[in-house]
Write a protein that binds this ligand. Sequence first.
Ligand code: YH5
Length: 300
Amino acid sequence: MTVFDCNGRALPLDAPVVMGILNVTPDSFSDGGRFLGKDAAVRGALAMQQAGAAIIDIGGESTRPGALPVSADEEMERVVPVIEALQGELDIPLSVDTSKPEVMREAVRAGAGMINDVNALRAEGAVQAAAELGVPLCLMHMQGEPRTMQQAPVYADVVAEVKAFLRERLTCCREAGIPENTVLVDPGFGFGKTLEHNLALLRNLHQFADMGAGVLAGISRKSMLGALTGRDAHHRLAASITAAALAVERGAIVVRVHDVAETVDALSIVNAIIRNDQDTVVQASAGVGSARKNAVNTSV
Ligand code: YH5
């Protein structure tokens, strides 16, 4: 049974799980600043837990294409009070979406149980901070930086290059003493990638699952779905669920999404199909309606 120990809270990973997105940025593209206030953030997080999220990802720095960097102080002022407020209220772990070692330290001190770094610990001091903090990690691939990454992304072989990058970052973590079985990898959909790059990564996601680390996929509401459907970010639910289901079918173990309840339902179906064992079928027919609960007492 694979379980991440996230600062004292369990993240079970023998079956696919949903990571709910909680933005605490004023310029968040998809949420339009919905989670700005602390109370609203707490309400949003509780609703996502209720809807079956296994973990909630809190981000205070917008990394959407074109976004400008924010200072560590600004980022901390956004995320730390929310983490503190949620600490006593939630049963599930929180992850912090940050690339800054100072924010990692303060967030974990406040109760965060996982570090989700879109920069894969490339910032000065980030590997050291993560190693000291001892919480599980997600290492994501990004070409360039958020402000300019979508201007002209180029790869000779996107799948090979993203895999090589993640392998190098895993090695770096291992050399810093971070146990490899506490690290997730993520190809970074939309982070310095064209539609064709994103499609190649999703089509070949099983290759990432074969690298040995768990795979996280974050596709929810992203512009690749807009490009394929012609819909704006508020009308990409069906596209997002489909992408999450296809990612899990190709081996992703965590999907990072805005629409938790709908994705949890979708994963119950995918999970029942891909994991053809008795426990799953019995529990599913007994009405335990979540991929997370279906994980109990089963193995991959
Ligand atoms: C991710 O993929 N993404 S922040 C633009 C959108 C919608 C959503 C145009 N943090 C990831 O969610 N962490 C972000 O519509 C992430 N993987 C991991 N590990 C960007 C985002 C978004 C951007």
